[in-house]
Ligand binder design. Structure first.
Ligand code: NAP
Length: 247
């Protein structure tokens, strides 16, 4: 089991939703967390304050991770502040759901940029640092939609499937090192992203979930913790946390 005390993590989009749950879980386990946010500055600052009140260490850094220069500055901020980087959680994501006939080029590019190109943008500057860790972890929050597809989600499904392919390939390249590379594929989790789905559509989705409920952000955070703590021999995998919706 890896002792996480004193390890350093970046969580992209770590101030709200699933990202905030991951941030809290890691901080509770002794990890110094760099909370990246794009627009949620208040949420990021109050999360930093509450982690510090509980004796942990945290830093909020604004960066649009779809921009490679800003992503590089985020990684520099983490290393400059804490002197090392052990864990990178690529959590930032957006949806712009439209049926393909109505999908604009901008909707396509924006979703690919924020969900997928951001992974390249953060891993590129982070890898040299994570490679120095005795237990490096690169974890990308993909989606059930990247595995099974989703109506009106060609852009999002392509981005999330791309994260899975990236994960498997980088895992192979790094397998001889102490760095593992994995994806987590959540099903439908109760956050503001799912709140955008019309209520009647959401009811139909829940009816199809074998466990008959939405997931909680904390349940995804537990998956991240598991990979960080107990995942030394787990690499190139997709951890499905979806109530049985996709097996
Ligand atoms: P959310 O509450 O809408 O959070 C989205 C997060 O992404 C926010 O922290 C946001 O930061 C961040 N973000 C968006 N654009 C960004 C950018 N350009 N640069 C940096 N950060 C950016 O949604 P969520 O449900 O927690 O989603 C988190 C991740 O889980 C996403 O990758 C999503 O695709 C994935 N996921 C969610 C579900 C679900 O059912 N909820 C299912 C499968 C996968 P700011 O608020 O600071 O802008």
């Amino acid at each position: 089991m890896t002792n996480l005390q004193g390890k350093v993590a970046i969580v992209t989009g770590g101030a709200v939703g699933i990202g905030a749950a991951i941030t809290k879980e890691l901080a509770q386990n002794g990890v110094k967390v760099v909370i990246n946010y794009n627009s949620s500055s208040q949420a990021a600052e109050s999360l930093v304050a509450s982690i510090k009140e509980n004796g942990g260490e945290a830093l909020a850094v604004q960066a649009d991770v779809s921009n490679s220069d800003q992503a590089a500055k985020l990684v520099s901020a983490a290393v400059d502040t804490y002197g090392q980087l052990d864990i990178l959680v690529n959590n930032a994501g957006i949806t712009r759901d439209r049926s393909f006939k109505k999908l604009s080029e901008e909707d396509w590019r924006k979703v690919i940029d924020v969900n997928l190109n951001s992974v390249y943008n953060t891993v590129s500057p982070a890898l040299a640092h994570i490679s120095q860790s005795d237990a490096g972890r690169i974890i990308s929050i993909s989606s059930i939609i990247g595995q099974a597809g989703g109506f009106g989600q060609t852009n999002y499904a392509a981005a999330k499937a791309g994260m899975i392919g990236f994960t498997k390939s980088l895992a192979l390249e790094l397998a001889k090192s102490s760095v593992t590379v994995n994806a987590i594929c959540p099903g439908f989790i109760e956050t503001s992203m799912v709140a955008e789905i019309p209520e009647n559509v959401l009811e139909q989705i829940v009816a199809k979930i074998p466990q008959k409920r939405l997931g909680q952000a904390e349940e995804i955070a537990k998956g991240v913790l598991f990979l960080c703590k107990d995942g030394a021999y787990i690499t190139g995998q997709q951890l499905n946390i979806n109530g049985g919706l996709y097996m």
